[in-house]
Design a protein around this ligand. Sequence first.
Ligand code: GAL
Length: 382
Amino acid sequence: YFIYDIYILFMKYLFSFLLYMAGMVVTAQTVIRSGELWPDDRGQHINAHGGGILCHDGRYYWFGEHKSDNTSAALVGITCYSSDNLSDWHYEGVALPVTDVPGDDLERGCTMERPKVVYNAETGKFVMWLHLELKGKGYSAARYAVAVADRPAGPYRYLRSGRVNAGIKPLDMEGDMAALDTLDAWKDDEWWTPQWRKAVKDGLFMRRDFADGQMARDQTVFVDVDGRAYHIYSSEENLTLQIAELTADYTAHSGRYIRVAPGGQNEAPAVFRHGDTYWLITSGCTGWAPNKARLFSAPSIWGPWRQHPNPCRGKDADITFGGQGTFVLPVGNTYIFMADIWRPKRPSDARYVWLPVTFEHEMPVINWHDEWTLDLETVGKE
Ligand code: GAL
């Protein structure tokens, strides 16, 4: 009988242990608290700002700007973290580091912002796009930079940086170049006058930069269901967004591009597709200070893009919850809006806002939640 009792006891423990394990699997839920410190697997606050997420083979890869304690300039480079539940992040290291080569594009002290990585199924390569400013030149370079890797976490091989689509007119530009040349009359004039605003809308800065290529600052990359990819960036002195198609291997611009909301001063673009509608969330241009998010939709990536009211609701909804958007991550049948609460006095302490995007009357809505739970089992991955 003693042996039997031991056996029963053992089975009881085994049973409760199995139940406990099963509970852990079933409740594989991700609790997300925006605005708080978010420790990685080393216990350090995740340092991947202005970031974006790639899902590859069931694992999520988060790329972002490494921020230092005292400067927003790049002293380290673009970091990468990986996770299979979007909550516990493993530090993968620096995917694209700065260099110590004087005069190099990526020289330590340059500005590397808003990196986004996409996977090209044809080449099997991972392609990173980012906004690059040259060391000591403020924000005047306004360049894209592109790098490639064989594995999602890198290391990434730097290809080049530059302005976009030099010598090419946007698809949606009406009138010939001669008509645009008349806009030059405004180029040295005072900004913000009604005539200047009209000239901006008509393409004043697109024309100014025509020969050398279009400016590219705040940016994202979007891959459509047909495998075509697009670079979406603040251009024309941050006054106008542009959407430029990438080549089949995603490492260059194809030459096809449009202007979105000319003169509308949009930054921080994040694009997602829900059904047959393309959605674009942006911010206004107030530097590190938060402002009201803007929402646009279009039936095609090529437009026409139409603006809607601010999608944010709840506490601080009129300043995007204190943040500025950076990415919308599709997760199974849902979407997560990601934003950055910048801390320019201590850049490394910048926080993350991650909130679910829901739909009301077929329009995206972003409600504030102190805390919310993402159930990956229910929504599914990728
Ligand atoms: C913000 C932009 C950031 C960064 C900052 C610099 O408007 O979204 O990515 O460039 O300005 O002041």
